[in-house]
Design a protein around this ligand. Structure first.
Ligand code: SF4
Length: 365
């Protein structure tokens, strides 16, 4: 059976397209969901050899998993349990959006292995939500948060900072209200990806400049409320960290299904096409290996990636796992970016703020 693995499923459907979104998802194409599930069944079957692969974590993301009907959710669970064993599952998360999350879906998730729900709140300020092109307002988000709070699921909320028009006061207000209910918070700086509606109106440099103060505030405020920064973008009380994401940051094996999903198995990265039609074509042909781009990592590339991934977390990296050339670069950077002990190296709070600049020094070694 081998080591326990993580499974990610990408649901490529949304009710509308947010103004900043560059994820692969189709708006208003719910009529394709059943065909996507049929294709997913064929893709998942590839991982069944003589027995089911045992999972430690499961994550259903997207896109918007809460656009699936309960019948479609039943079909999804059936596919997962047909090919994977959930006997040793430690965590299962579904993403959801406030406008499509229902009480019935929460009940269904609770009754079917799920332990966490990650809600795309993004802001609790209506004007910011409109700028972002979200389909919900703050009232709907608060209602959805309360629905999850009344269940056994651990609630995680995503929040975006550096939204045009955002102030420290509105950011502080969103953070405060979210942690009154949630047990995990992910904070992301708004990034303007090319060809998104917001990219034609605003400038990334301006957002970067304003982003710094919002991030600093989150780093100051959340730990006061017992939400430790355990990764560059993630805060939670101890033992509420997301195990699935920890698997990514430890470079553990992740099987990823669905259009645009990226697996990491046997030291190879395999990327599915970011196109539902191409995905259907692959399914019709039983996902021939030669049509899927495989990228094999050399031991050196893997060690560099591992250093970057582990340095993202508060635990940092064991110095015995660190390439000497990475350690040399770190020793040449300002000391206050790191917390260095005889055994480990981790980023300081300031280092977490400047993560991207640090990676750019390491990535091409
Ligand atoms: S809900 Fe998420 S995946 Fe869907 S369009 Fe908005 S940002 Fe993109």
């Amino acid at each position: 059976m081998g080591e326990l693995k993580s499974l990610y499923i990408h649901v490529p459907f949304c009710q509308g397209k947010c103004h900043y979104c560059s994820f692969y998802s189709l708006a208003g194409h719910e009529d394709y969901i059943d065909s996507w599930l049929d294709a997913l069944d064929i893709e998942a079957a590839r991982y069944y050899r003589d027995s089911k692969i045992a999972l430690r974590t499961l994550y259903v993301g997207g896109g918007t998993p809460s656009v699936l009907s309960l019948t479609q959710w039943q079909k999804l669970i059936h596919i997962i349990t047909k090919y994977f064993s959930l006997d040793e599952l430690q965590e299962a998360t579904s993403e959801a959006n406030p406008n499509s999350l229902t009480h019935d879906l929460i009940k269904f998730l609770e009754a079917n292995y799920f332990t966490r729900l990650s809600l795309g709140v993004q802001s609790l300020n209506d004007s910011e939500l409109r700028t972002l092109g979200r389909l919900h307002d703050s009232r709907l988000a608060l209602n959805a948060m309360e629905l999850v709070r009344a269940s056994r699921l651990t609630l995680s909320c995503d929040l975006i900072f550096a939204v045009p028009g955002q102030t420290l006061r509105t950011w502080a207000d969103s953070l405060k209200k979210v942690i009154e209910v949630a047990e995990h918070v992910s904070t992301y700086q708004l990034t303007l990806e090319p060809e998104t509606p917001l990219a034609s109106k605003y400038d990334n440099e301006d957002l970067n400049e304003s982003g710094y103060k919002f991030y600093r505030y989150a780093q100051y405020y959340l730990p006061l409320k017992n939400f430790t920064q355990y990764e560059i973008s993630n805060f939670a009380p101890e033992k509420k960290e997301c195990l699935h994401n920890l698997a990514y940051w430890s470079h553990d094996e992740v099987i990823a299904l669905g259009p645009s999903a990226v697996s990491y198995i046997n030291n190879e990265r395999i990327k599915n096409p970011s196109s539902l039609q191409e995905y259907f074509y692959l399914a019709k042909n039983n996902f021939p290996d030669e049509l899927l781009p495989h990228e094999r990592l050399t031991p050196h590339e893997r060690a560099i990636e591992l250093a970057i991934l582990k340095l993202r977390t508060k635990w940092g990296i064991n110095r015995s796992d660190l390439l000497p050339e990475v350690e040399r670069i770190i020793s040449q950077l300002p000391e206050d970016l790191f917390i260095i002990t005889p055994e480990r190296i981790a980023l300081s709070k300031r280092g977490m703020r400047l993560g991207n600049s640090i990676w750019s020094e390491i990535i091409d070694l």
